[in-house]
Ligand binder design. Structure first.
Ligand SMILES: [Fe+2]
Ligand SMILES: [Fe+2]
Length: 365
């Protein structure tokens, strides 16, 4: 496989699509980059009938070989495919420059769906309304494993593997599409050390559940999932003894713990591949609708971001749902009662209403 050529092809396609997104599909840069992409394609298709690119998890398969290169353009290409709901593209010999341009413009999302047919065929992600239990659990497990992997390799100095998390989010979104009962998608915590991964996964699923109920789709929905997965990332920078302490925290320990939103926001704002909203949510998820909570800000007019409000609600729900050392798990009607009580003070009342309604509709409440 001509690895370098494929890498160039992706770079030009992404450049064409980004320019179409930024300046419109008529911008000359779109044509220019599409022409370059076409030239590379012609080279690649010199001796073969077709070139297929398939998104599988965080990797891109070229034919059936994973592309080793993981540069920003590869990540961006995968992301654009997902945003358009695609998982596979096949370029066939004889492909025309106009077809490449139309594909790039389609990828930018500025002109409806990505065209298919002729010498470029695209395959959509398979979304089914109902799947066997095992499959949904498999998606969840896979997502959770990816989250754990990303978190394990993470430190203050390292770049976050956002692509791994994005794939996990994608898995959660399709699990939600297949399983209406959101409770079945939440995992129980088996051990103390597991708590972090299981908790953030549950918060991501519950936030996505709310976001879907509000009608969010595509990129916006995706960002909610990522923000859910990253809301507590600041805990990585708090001493382990404090995080893992099972009893009540001492005053100094509590003060340290309360810094995790700030650490999380600082860390995420330095990560090039992480959407801004994730940093905002990390900062704001312990704030309340009425302006209480922490961190305290001097800005009285500070309003919690809508996504932070969703994540705060999800965080609360999951905390009460899991068994902790000092109490057992609460049942859903009891938690719903607490949430209802917090409408207008802790939580945005409109979100409370929509969340409880969605739980009812899902047959959970
Ligand atoms: Fe937190
Ligand atoms: Fe949390």
């Amino acid at each position: 496989m001509a690895e370098k050529l494929v890498s160039d092809l992706l770079a030009y396609l992404v450049a064409a699509a980004s320019n179409a997104g930024l300046y419109g599909p008529e911008h000359p840069a779109v044509k220019a980059y599409s022409l370059r992409a076409h030239a590379v394609l012609a080279e690649l298709l010199k001796d073969s009938q077709e070139l297929s690119l398939t998104a599988v998890g965080p990797s891109l398969l070229v034919g059936d070989t994973p592309l080793r290169e993981h540069g920003a353009h590869v990540v961006s290409f995968l992301k654009k495919l997902r945003q358009r709901g695609l998982e596979r593209v096949v370029f066939r010999q004889g492909v025309q420059p106009q077809e490449v341009e139309a594909f790039a413009v389609g990828l930018s999302g500025t002109k409806g769906a990505v065209p298919t047919g002729g010498h470029i065929a695209v395959g959509a992600l398979q979304v089914r309304t109902r799947a066997p239990e095992g499959q949904v659990q498999g998606l969840l497990k896979q997502g959770q494993a990816m989250v754990a992997q990303v978190y394990h390799g993470l430190s203050r100095l390292k770049r976050l593997d956002a692509a791994g998390l994005e794939d996990a989010v994608l898995g959660f979104i399709s699990a939600l599409q297949r399983e209406a009962n959101v409770l079945r998608l939440l995992s129980p915590v088996k051990s103390h050390s597991e708590y972090t991964y299981v908790h953030i996964t549950n918060v991501a699923v519950l936030s996505l559940f709310q976001a879907q109920a509000l009608g969010l789709q595509g990129e916006a929905l995706h960002e909610v999932g990522l923000a859910g997965l990253l809301h507590d990332v600041g805990k990585l920078f708090i001493p382990r003894e404090v995080i893992e302490k099972e009893g009540k925290l001492q005053e100094a320990e509590w003060a340290a713990m309360q810094l995790h939103p700030l650490y999380g926001a600082l860390f995420l704002s330095q990560q090039p591949d992480v959407p801004r909203v994730a940093a905002i949510v990390a900062f704001e998820h312990h704030m309340r609708y009425d302006g209480q909570g922490y961190p305290r800000t001097k800005l009285r007019s500070h309003r919690q971001h809508l996504v932070s409000q969703m994540v705060a609600l999800a965080d609360f729900f999951d905390a009460l749902r899991s068994v902790r050392s000092y109490r057992g798990a609460l049942d859903v009607p009891t938690i719903a009662g607490f949430i209802q009580e917090g409408a207008g003070s802790m939580f945005n009342p409109l979100l409370v209403k929509s969340f409880l309604q969605a739980l009812k509709k899902a047959g959970v409440l």
